[in-house]
Design a protein around this ligand. Sequence first.
Ligand code: F3S
Length: 283
Amino acid sequence: MKIELAESAGFCFGVKRAVDSVYSLAEKKQGPVCTLGSIIHNEHVVNDLEGKGVFVVDSPEEALADGNTTVVIRSHGVAKSVVDFLEKKGICFEDATCPFVKKIHETVSSYSERGYAVVIIGTESHPEVQGTLGWTAGNGTVIETAEEAEAFFLENPDQKVCVVAQTTFNYKKFKDLVEIISKKGYDILAVNTICNATITRQSEAAKLAARSDAMLVIGGMQSSNSHKLYEICKNQCENTFFIQTVDDLSSISLSSFTSLGITAGASTPNNIIQEVLEACQKI
Ligand code: F3S
């Protein structure tokens, strides 16, 4: 069986940077370390970190209650009020916000201060979007669907609008929603803040799935980008399987296929990918 592993499988730059910083802090053993929310949507990594004494807190207040701890802000970033709270309370923290997300924070913060209304194209409940909203001066609106874009309305029609996107948003959908808002006649500045890492991973996965007899997508159950990858691959290759770890291979029969493609979501660690690859090579 010919096996091909997608080059872009696994951690993107921002996630790798954040995970590495937690491991590095845990190894220094200079006091307790916690992450604000799970560092990534992968229970193996979270459990492994737990074994090294790194725990997860849901709020900066919880970190404060835990005393002398170093808080790591994950790659999704957080609202300005969270950073302000940590600074004000003198809580030691490491900001592992992905630089691309930081750039969005700077953009919305700067335009918002200049009086622009800010539109974030994305999913309102997503932590990255929540974080970005928290860098506007309270004048941010989240739009995810065409209906929401149609309903977008500014009381002052002369107010300018700055539009950004959640980094993992679909580019075509972003363009369509920007077009709907543009037609309303507002003065719009649309900044495409969609990250290439996602686009590259998705288009590589689609091409690989199209030329493979079977396709494996490795990702955590909670990882939305891994499920999205699965959908994309399934559209190209009927025999696409979603697995979390090498253990799930036992329930799939791959021996009848002559070519196998493998990809993995942004939160899948390299050791899990390698284990799957090695197990497949033995088939
Ligand atoms: Fe950053 Fe792009 Fe990853 S924004 S966290 S490198 S998907």
